[in-house]
Design a protein around this ligand. Structure first.
Ligand code: ATP
Ligand code: MG
Length: 195
């Protein structure tokens, strides 16, 4: 007899960005998509822009519920969440310009962002997931390279970053499709109101 595959969902926790930030990022996307090498990149749709705090992968619905509960408790301990602002760079090859996988805007680390990433990680191991081996490196992916870095893919250098004020922390379900991932919010913690 064939066993029924237990239902699972692909999930990740992310920061949602404010409208001004989304305008800046969309402008980056428009400029980059007009580059001659733009076809070498799978660009993120403007609606899907986010900063991942923790990729959870395939989890059971009950684990998603436990994750949300653990986060709710933990978020009360994170200082100055409503004041969270991030200095975010212009588009860069990431993680290394010599071996890039994506084009992303990089968030400068700060105490609140680090506390959030640490909490996201602690809650993940708390629901039984393996610890993340790679250090947290906040970034907003604009596009994913299909092939080796496009020849002559020179990104504009910017002296100053843009200040972004994330509006919420959302646990997303991600459904992969050939036409791009479809994200659905499972739970949102607003950073603007009392948590
Ligand atoms: P696609 O995989 O089709 O390009 P996507 O990357 O937008 O779509 P997911 O793969 O579900 O969708 O990823 C959701 C978020 O989690 C993205 O920000 C992605 O960069 C991040 N992510 C995905 N896999 C990992 C991973 N193994 N480690 C860390 N972050 C990941
Ligand atoms: Mg992916």
């Amino acid at each position: 007899m064939q066993r029924t595959k237990p239902s699972s969902l692909r999930a990740f926790l992310a920061l949602d960005l404010d409208d001004d930030a989304l305008d800046v990022l969309s402008a980056h996307l428009r400029r980059l998509r007009a580059m001659p090498w733009a076809n070498a990149v799978r660009w993120v749709s403007a609606d899907n822009l986010h900063l991942t705090l923790r990729f959870l992968g395939d989890i059971a619905p009950a684990q998603a519920e436990r994750y949300i509960g653990a986060l709710r408790r933990g978020l009360t301990q994170v200082a100055d969440l409503p004041g969270l602002s991030l200095r975010v760079s212009g588009p860069r090859l990431f993680p290394r310009s010599s071996h890039p996988r994506v084009i992303a805007c990089l968030a400068e680390s700060n105490a609140t962002l680090t506390a959030l990433a640490d909490l996201a990680e602690a809650c993940a191991t708390g629901i039984g997931l393996a610890a993340e081996k790679r250090p947290f490196n906040g970034h907003i992916t604009l596009g994913r390279l299909r092939d080796p870095p496009p020849q002559g893919a020179v990104l504009p250098k910017e002296e100053e970053g843009t200040l972004m004020r994330p509006t919420a922390i959302t646990l997303y379900k991600s459904e992969l499709s050939p036409r791009g991932a479809i994200y659905t919010a499972l739970h949102t913690f607003s950073l603007r109101s009392q948590l």
